[in-house]
Design a protein around this ligand. Structure first.
Ligand SMILES: *[C@@H]1O[C@H](CO)[C@@H](O)[C@H](O)[C@H]1NC(C)=O
Ligand SMILES: *[C@@H]1O[C@H](CO)[C@@H](O)[C@H](O)[C@H]1NC(C)=O
Ligand SMILES: *[C@@H]1O[C@H](CO)[C@@H](O)[C@H](O)[C@H]1NC(C)=O
Length: 365
C-alpha cells in the first residue's frame, strides 16, 4: 500500500452518496446488507497511542462463527488502513459503493481489521513522539491489542487465528506472528494461532517507487467514505482525528526500517512449526513473483531443498472452468501461491481465487 497525497476531483458517485444513502443531518444510515454482528473499539497500546480495530463475525448460513477461523487483515504502507482498503476495497462485506461484495471473506471467516501501526486509518497518536519507529515496536503494540482483544472476546480464544497481509503488511505480519507465538508460549495471550499469510510482501524489498501514483483516485474516494458515512456509523472517532490524517507521519517514522529484510524472522516462524503462506499476484510490478521466489530461496529452513524441487500445481477458482487461475506449491509448513491475472491487491483483482486461497490456507478445502 502506498501513500498518495495528491488531491483529485471528487468522483461523481460520491456526490450522490448522501442522496443514495438518504443522509441528511442526523439521519439514520440505512445500511444495505442483512448484517452480521460487528464490533469495534480503540485500545490504548502505549501512552498517547490509540489503536482502532473493527471485527465482523462470520456470516455463513450453515456454520456458526465459532466453527470458522478468525482472520486478521494487515494492510501495507506503512500507513495503509485495513479498516478502509482491506475492508472496503478487498475482502469486507461491503465494497466502497456500500454494495454487498460477492467474494467477501466473511462467508468463510470472521474478520478483524486493525489500523496498524498507530497513526494509520482511524488509529492515532497524541503528539509526534508516539509513532512506531520499527518492526519491534509495531509488534509490541500489536501484542497489547491482541491481548486486550482475546481477553474481551473469549469466544475467539479457541478459534483458529490467521494473520493475512499485503505488501509491507507482510513484513509486519511476520514480526507480529513471531511475537504472538512467543506470547502464547509464555501464556500471556490466549489464542489458537494457526498461521501467517504474506501477500505481495516486502520481506526483502525491491526498490521501486513507481507505485506512488497508483490508485490515488480511489483513495480519495475512500477517504471521503471513511471520513463521512463510516465515521458517523462508528461514533467513537475523536472529533479532532480524521481517517488517514496521520498516515504520512506513520510512513516517515517507519522509513528507515522499511528496507530492512526480515527473511530471518520467516525462518524462525518456519522453525517454530508455524504455517507460513506466501502469495503473489502475477502482474504485481511492485513486488514481483520472481522477487518473491528469490527471497524464499534465501531461507535457511532445512526443508527448503525439498520445497524447491516440487512442481507447481494448477488451481481453478471455478471447478467447471478449464482456465487456470493460480499455481501452488506446498511442503510441510510452507506454501507458495502464485495468483494469475492479479496485481498488487490480489483480492480486489481476483476475488474468487483469493477467497478460495483463504479457504485452502485455513484448511477448509
Ligand atoms: C455460536 O457459537 C457461540 C460461541 O461458541 C455460542 O455462544 C452460540 O450459542 C452459537 N450460536 C448458535 C446459533 O449455535
Ligand atoms: C495529549 O497530550 C497533551 C500533552 O501531553 C495532554 O495535555 C492531553 O490531555 C493529551 N490528550 C489526550 C487525548 O490524551
Ligand atoms: C498447517 O499446514 C499443514 C500442511 O499443509 C496442514 O496439514 C495443517 O493442518 C496446517 N495447520 C493449520 C493450523 O492450519
Amino acid at each position: 500500500m502506498e501513500l498518495a497525497l495528491r488531491r483529485s476531483p471528487v468522483p461523481r458517485w460520491l456526490l450522490l452518496l448522501p442522496l443514495l444513502l438518504g443522509l441528511n443531518a442526523g439521519a439514520v444510515i440505512d445500511w444495505p446488507t442483512e448484517e452480521g454482528k460487528e464490533v469495534w473499539d480503540y485500545v490504548t497500546v502505549r501512552k498517547d497511542a490509540y489503536m482502532f480495530w473493527w471485527l465482523y463475525y462470520a456470516t455463513n448460513s450453515c456454520k456458526n462463527f465459532s466453527e470458522l477461523p478468525l482472520v486478521m487483515w494487515l494492510q501495507g504502507g506503512p500507513g495503509g488502513s485495513s479498516t478502509g482498503f482491506g475492508n472496503f476495497e478487498e475482502i469486507g462485506p461491503l465494497d466502497s459503493d456500500l454494495k454487498p461484495r460477492k467474494t467477501t471473506w466473511l462467508q468463510a471467516a470472521s474478520l478483524l481489521f486493525v489500523d496498524n501501526p498507530v497513526g494509520t486509518g482511524f488509529s492515532y497518536v497524541n503528539g509526534s513522539g508516539a509513532y512506531a519507529k520499527d518492526l519491534a515496536m509495531v509488534a509490541s503494540d500489536m501484542m497489547v491489542l491482541l491481548k486486550t482483544f482475546f481477553s474481551c472476546h473469549k469466544e475467539f480464544q479457541t478459534v483458529p487465528f490467521y494473520i493475512f497481509s499485503e505488501s509491507y503488511g507482510g513484513k509486519m505480519a511476520a514480526g507480529i506472528g513471531l511475537e504472538l507465538y512467543k506470547a502464547i508460549q509464555r501464556g500471556t495471550i490466549k489464542c489458537n494461532f494457526a498461521g501467517v499469510a504474506l501477500g505481495d510482501s516486502w520481506i526483502s524489498p525491491v526498490v521501486c517507487l513507481c507505485q506512488r501514483h497508483v490508485r490515488h483516485l480511489q483513495r480519495d474516494a475512500l477517504s471521503q467514505l471513511m471520513n463521512g458515512p463510516i465515521r458517523k456509523k462508528l461514533k467513537i472517532i475523536p472529533e479532532d482525528q480524521s481517517w488517514g490524517g496521520q498516515a504520512t507521519n506513520v510512513f516517515v517514522n517507519m522509513e528507515e526500517d522499511f528496507m530492512k529484510p526480515v527473511i530471518s524472522i520467516v525462518d524462525e516462524l518456519l522453525e517454530a512449526g508455524i504455517n507460513v503462506t506466501v502469495y503473489n499476484g502475477q502482474l504485481d510490478l511492485i513486488v514481483d513473483t520472481m522477487g518473491q521466489e528469490a527471497w524464499v530461496r534465501k531461507l535457511k529452513w532445512p526443508e527448503l531443498p525439498k520445497f524447491s524441487q516440487l512442481k507447481w500445481k494448477a488451481l481453478y477458482s471455478d471447478p467447471k472452468s478449464l482456465e487456470t487461475s493460480a499455481f501452488v506449491k506446498s511442503y510441510k509448513n510452507l506454501a507458495f501461491y502464485w495468483i494469475l491475472k492479479a496485481g498488487h491487491m490480489v483480492p480486489s483483482d481476483q476475488g474468487d481465487m483469493a477467497l478460495k486461497m483463504m479457504r485452502l490456507v485455513t484448511q477448509q478445502e
